[in-house]
Design a binder for this molecule. Structure first.
Ligand SMILES: NC(=O)c1ccc[n+]([C@@H]2O[C@H](COP(=O)([O-])OP(=O)(O)OC[C@H]3O[C@@H](n4cnc5c(N)ncnc54)[C@H](OP(=O)(O)O)[C@@H]3O)[C@@H](O)[C@H]2O)c1
Length: 606
């Protein structure tokens, strides 16, 4: 194994005579190639006697053990007086295996070794040990371990390979290929999705928004029996009209008030359906509750209300229908699980659970199709909240998609039996500006194909040259132009329409966009800029002046105003997410945040 090979390198460096065991002929040959003096079989306990025989019953000075059970006792037997026993295996620790004290009469020492704990509890020691090791690599004494690489998409093969215990050295799973930009869907056997009329579909959240639109789409595909549920039932006029319209087309529609988080109510409904309708063949789980908020201030209720319909609802649907021969089990998740989304910790977690359930069902051979939808334009939560939709769109860059387009994609996912894919329109560069998770290696292919970094952005070096070459007035004009283009990009306004003396907040910049602007300016100018810089200098001209001061290295802005504006900003952000926090709480939060340097993920937490 990897640890054994590393240990052999160290032992050779120390000039030790090495006795090693391995479990297969191939691995034993490999040990001989490494120059190990004595090689034995770890699958038989005879190795202990053989070692004693080869050492004239003296044994060895150090045993490095990762074998379990009786092999431990054998290893004690081959340890010389004053010898050291280094235990690397974990199994016997957790199984609390009993060890007799007899071997200890020989002045031996026993060391339990857990490198994870070493790193956590003794970071200083870890650092110095690593420094020693790295020096040995530089000197050429130590060499990287042999390894076998699997691409992330071949993860199943990687586990199979490990299961067979065939590897020498380490198994590495890489994201070298990133997540492929285009998932080539194989041509489906059947070209058009056609649903059987003598079957029933259940749609949760099916009396409003995207759930209701999906129900109408099911009718278009041939469904003649629908059960649509929500907690409030068909109370809304729009729901009643839609149901009447479907009934007019000859569809049997049960519109019921049923809370999907109540297992009893759901079971009763399913029983009633079994009596009164054709067999249940498909489920669309679209029920959702959205209650955004700062993770810091999210209370148990807010978490529960958002998690329950997705986590519990999906689980109950899964459990209560396992014995039925379903053809479709469709779960509506969100593209936010791919990248995260500030202010939606509870919603992202709720959706992630749907993806896990879909994988679990598929591993059981049960149907499951989970789709990570991007923003839907014409129906649903975002269509009702235009401002939120605009904010999300500016973050993702692309447009929200029409429900008809989304449902076409759903049809092809069902025909191809694909699950877990994201369906959205996005502009990678816009998204990457806002979400640090975009830097993750798994998105490298997307980033590459979006040409990230190849743009005509002025580099930090160019900025330094500009600073040195231009007069103050020209420098200010240049910076104002750059800022206009950054702000224009975020607000989707042509730069030449932007008035540099007007407050950017009046132009429509909200606090999340403010964070985006700061991230963009930091990467463009290579300088750290507090978010409150925007409140202190809310016009482009003032902001440009501030950046010049900062770039020229004589920043001494007064910190009192900075703290005050931070307070105002945080209050605004909290209010935007619907949480009313006490002034004392917010002032603590601001003090805590200011005590830490802004960096990476931290910026996104608000
Ligand atoms: N709209 C989008 O842009 C978008 C984007 C990505 C993903 N999605 C996903 O698409 C699905 C539909 O979203 P939407 O925008 O159409 O939402 P929506 O308009 O707010 O509809 C949600 C529905 O769920 C029902 N519901 C909530 N809790 C329930 C419960 N415990 N039991 C039964 N029904 C419950 C609600 O009705 P009651 O309040 O009466 O219960 C409502 O009818 C969601 O899963 C969402 O995550 C939507």
């Amino acid at each position: 194994g990897g640890v054994g090979i590393a240990a052999i390198q160290i032992a050779k460096w120390l000039g030790a005579e090495i006795f090693a065991t391995a479990g297969s002929d191939e691995k034993r040959d490999f040990l001989r190639l490494l120059g190990v003096d004595h090689v034995f079989d770890s699958r038989s306990l005879a190795f202990a006697d053989e070692i004693l025989a080869q050492t004239q019953q003296q044994g060895v000075d150090v045993v490095l053990n990762s074998l379990a059970g009786e092999a431990i006792n054998r290893n004690f037997r081959v340890l010389k007086p004053f010898g050291r026993f280094l235990e690397l295996g974990k199994r016997d620790f957790y199984e609390n295996t009993k060890v007799g004290l007899r071997p200890f009469r020989n002045n031996i020492s026993y060391f339990g070794i857990d490198a994870d704990q070493l790193m956590q509890v003794r970071p200083e020691l870890t650092r110095s040990l690593f420094a020693e090791l790295m020096a040995l690599f530089v000197e050429g004494v130590l060499h990287p371990l042999p390894y076998h690489v699997f691409a992330a998409e071949d993860i199943v093969d990687a586990f199979r390979y490990m299961q067979q215990a065939r590897q020498i050295g380490k198994i590495i799973v890489t994201y070298r290929n990133g997540i492929s930009l285009v998932h080539a869907l194989a041509p489906p056997r059947q070209q058009h999705l056609q649903l059987a009329p003598e079957a029933t579909f259940l749609v949760t959240g099916g009396l409003s928004g995207f759930g209701l639109r999906t129900a109408q789409w099911l009718v278009g595909l041939g469904t003649r029996h629908l059960v649509l549920i929500s907690r409030s039932g068909a109370e809304a006029v729009a729901a009643q009209e839609a149901v009447a319209d479907m009934q007019a087309q000859g569809v049997t529609v049960w519109a019921r008030a049923c809370d999907v988080t109540q297992a009893d109510a759901l079971a009763a409904l399913l029983a009633e359906m079994a009596d009164g309708l054709p067999p249940l063949k498909g489920i669309v789980h679209a029920a959702t509750v959205i209650e955004d908020g700062l993770v810091r201030t999210m209370d148990a209720g807010q978490l529960q209300r958002v998690l329950a319909p997705k986590v519990l609802g999906a689980q109950y649907l899964h459990e209560l229908t396992q014995s039925l021969p379903l053809a479709y089990f469709i779960l509506f998740s969100s593209a936010t699980t791919l990248f995260g989304n500030p202010g939606q910790g509870n919603y992202v977690a709720a959706n992630a659970s749907l993806e896990a359930l879909a994988q679990h069902r598929r591993s059981l051979g049960l149907p499951a199709t989970c789709v990570r939808w991007g923003a839907i334009d014409d129906v649903g939560f975002l269509a009702r909240n235009e401002k939120l939709k605009a904010a999300l769109q500016s973050r993702m860059g692309g447009s929200a998609i029409q429900s008809a387009v989304a449902l076409d994609v759903l049809a092809s996912l069902l025909l191809n039996d694909r699950s877990g894919l994201g369906v959205m329109e996005l502009d990678w560069n816009a998204l990457a500006r806002f979400l640090p998770s975009a830097d993750s290696p798994k998105f490298s292919e997307l980033a590459r194909s979006a040409g990230q970094g190849d743009g005509d952005d002025v580099s930090a070096d160019d900025i330094q040259r500009t600073l040195a070459e231009l007069s103050d007035a020209d420098l200010l004009a240049t910076l104002i132009d750059m800022l206009k283009s950054e702000v224009g990009e975020i607000l989707r306004i042509a730069p030449d329409k932007i008035d540099a003396t007007r407050s950017i907040y009046e132009m429509g910049l909200d606090s999340l966009m403010g964070v985006e602007l700061v991230v963009a300016l930091e990467s463009r100018f290579g300088t750290r800029l507090p978010v409150m810089a925007l409140s202190q200098s809310p016009t482009i001209t003032k902001l440009a002046e501030r950046i010049i001061v900062q770039l020229k290295g004589y920043e001494d802005q007064d910190l009192v105003t900075e703290a005050q504006t931070a307070l105002a900003q945080t209050q605004q952000l909290a209010a935007q997410h619907g949480s009313e926090e006490s002034a004392a709480f917010i002032s603590d939060l601001v003090a805590e945040t200011q005590a830490r340097p802004l960096g990476g993920q931290d910026r996104m937490i608000p």
